[in-house]
Design a protein around this ligand. Structure first.
Ligand code: BES
Ligand code: MN
Ligand code: ZN
Length: 499
């Protein structure tokens, strides 16, 4: 897919489709009004007929518009001009990306990036436009005999901006969006891949492939024997019921000098979660192939960092294992010794994610992280609390939680904070071990984070992202979303990029 930036008069440019924004009450955007002059008021005439008011998610496709060289004009509703902010701009672009896909045009010229948006410069506008197009273009065809790609896909999109200054900004925005898209696509591919293909061993191979593909990305993989030596009793217990050997994957992007402390990301990599001996009901169990969505997002983030060559050191840790019932599987009531030395009583073998994470969080100390963030499809309770719109952020550092929420807002990949007050810690009391690994029904997302917090005491900046509701969508577009790669990349750019 080719993206270009142009400042030339849109009326005089050839294009399969020319996209023009219209605000509510039939108000053409400024650039639209200029194009209308070339059409001798034709567009205004159409609007005066009342065919399009300008509400969001409405549009009008026109053919043979006089005075311009594009074959079709797509008038698209942008909502109220006074409410046209970053979110509204993102929404319109997503809507247009869908319309362009369904049109038969192979090239288009969009004037949306020329519209002023409160608090959003031309670079960000171009970025959002390209992100929306790339998100829409994604296909997962690996396992189909016939690819389901459209016959005449959009292959060129030109972005119209006001002047040369904006052109340079928009070009940088496009490069940014492409790097992010490369990361998001990788995350979606990995999470969409079925568990019979995407095993812990497969993830390890993918991590080695990133090492091969990019300078300054380095991968190492620990085997179960290494974990045994490290004393990772929790992680190994989860893997024991599976025929697939567990792997502990380390990927690092070295974009800054060796003295700069890294930001460490830990992604839950359960390649299939049957629940183990506390087996899950059959309904929707297929979705548990996405239980490595946290891991997938870490892969995607490392790739995006390498594509953008960001000036920061980033370490991605992925504990990968499969949770299965078997004669060797761990059981409810078992008591395990974690790498930290603390002992835990297993209540339910379906709470496996926190067991992978706790040992990996302990292991991460060797990287002396400036900040450490774990990402996991950890609790069904998170979907109850926040649905599919926001990831949950839980942190012992309020500043970090705020920074993550702000990054998510900016990237169109929202997160919302839940508390981890001491009162909730009470729920983890155990009569048999140092503590229990499940805190009962109430506040399941919070008590899971409370459990993790007992392994992160040495970190000043630790946060946990529960992405159970955001890592994939159900219904027609069922599949992986690639979230929260956009949030995490934005966070790195805002707070750790040395440039
Ligand atoms: N992977 C699941 C959480 C999950 C459920 C993610 C549904 C996405 C959709 C996790 O391993 C799990 O099973 N959690 C249990 C914890 C409980 C046993 C304390 C849950 O949420 O029911
Ligand atoms: Mn589970
Ligand atoms: Zn799980």
């Amino acid at each position: 897919m080719e993206f270009t930036v142009t400042t030339a008069n849109p009326a005089q440019k050839k294009a399969g489709v020319l996209v023009i924004g219209v605000f509510e009450r039939r108000r053409l955007s400024d650039i639209g009004a200029r194009i209308d002059q070339a059409t001798d008021g034709y567009l205004r005439g159409i609007l005066a007929n009342g065919d399009l008011d300008g509400e969001t998610n409405t549009s009008l496709l026109l053919y043979d518009v006089p005075g311009i060289r594009a074959r079709r004009v797509l008038l698209v509703g942008c909502g109220k001009a006074s409410e046209f902010d970053r979110r509204a701009y993102r929404k319109v672009n997503a809507w247009v990306a869908g319309l362009l896909e369904r049109s038969r045009a192979t090239d288009a010229l969009t004037c949306l990036p020329a519209i002023q948006v409160r608090g959003v410069d031309a670079g960000d506008r171009a970025r959002v436009t390209v992100e929306a197009t790339e998100t829409r273009r994604y296909r997962f065809d690996e396992f189909r005999s016939e690819p389901n790609t459209p016959k005449h896909p959009l292959s060129r999109l030109a972005l119209h901006v006001a002047d040369g200054d904006d052109k340079a900004k928009a070009e940088a925005g496009i490069a940014h969006a492409r790097s992010l898209a490369a990361g998001v696509h990788l995350a979606r591919d990995l999470a969409n891949r079925p568990a019979n293909v995407c095993t812990p061993t497969h993830l390890a191979e993918q991590a080695r492939a990133l090492d091969q593909q990019y300078d300054h990305v380095h991968t190492t993989v620990l085997e179960e024997s290494d974990m045994e030596e490290l004393g990772m009793g929790a992680m190994l217990a989860v893997s024991r019921g599976s025929r697939e050997p567990a792997k502990l994957i380390t990927m690092s992007w070295q974009g800054a000098g060796p003295d700069k402390a890294p930001v460490v990301f830990v992604g839950k990599g359960v390649t299939f979660d049957s629940g183990g001996i506390s087996i899950k009901p059959a309904a929707a169990m297929d979705e548990m192939k996405y239980d490595m969505g946290g891991a997938a997002s870490v892969f995607g983030l490392i790739r995006a960092c390498a594509e953008l060559r960001i000036d920061a050191n980033v370490v991605g840790l992925v504990p990968a294992a499969e949770n299965m019932p078997d004669g060797a599987a761990y059981r409810p009531g078992d008591i395990l010794k974690t790498m930290s030395g603390q002992t835990i009583e297993i209540i339910n073998t379906d709470a496996e994610g926190r067991l992978l994470l706790c040992d990996t969080l302990t292991y991460a100390k060797r990287f002396s992280p400036d900040t450490i963030i774990d990402i996991a499809t950890l609790t069904g309770a998170c979907i109850v609390a926040l649905g599919h719109h926001a990831s949950a952020v839980l942190s012992t550092n309020d500043q970090l939680a705020r920074q993550l929420m702000q990054a998510g807002e900016r990237a169109g990949d929202r997160a919302w904070q839940l508390p981890i007050w001491d009162e909730y810690q009470e729920q983890l009391k155990s009569p048999f071990a140092d503590f229990s690994h499940v805190g009962g029904q109430p506040a399941g997302t919070i008590t899971a984070a409370c459990f993790l917090s007992r392994f992160t005491k040495d970190y000043k900046r630790w946060a946990h992202l529960d992405i159970a509701g955001t890592a994939w969508t159900r219904g027609d577009s069922k599949g992986a979303t690639g979230r929260p790669v956009p949030l995490m990349l934005q966070y790195l750019l805002d707070h750790h990029d040395g440039r």
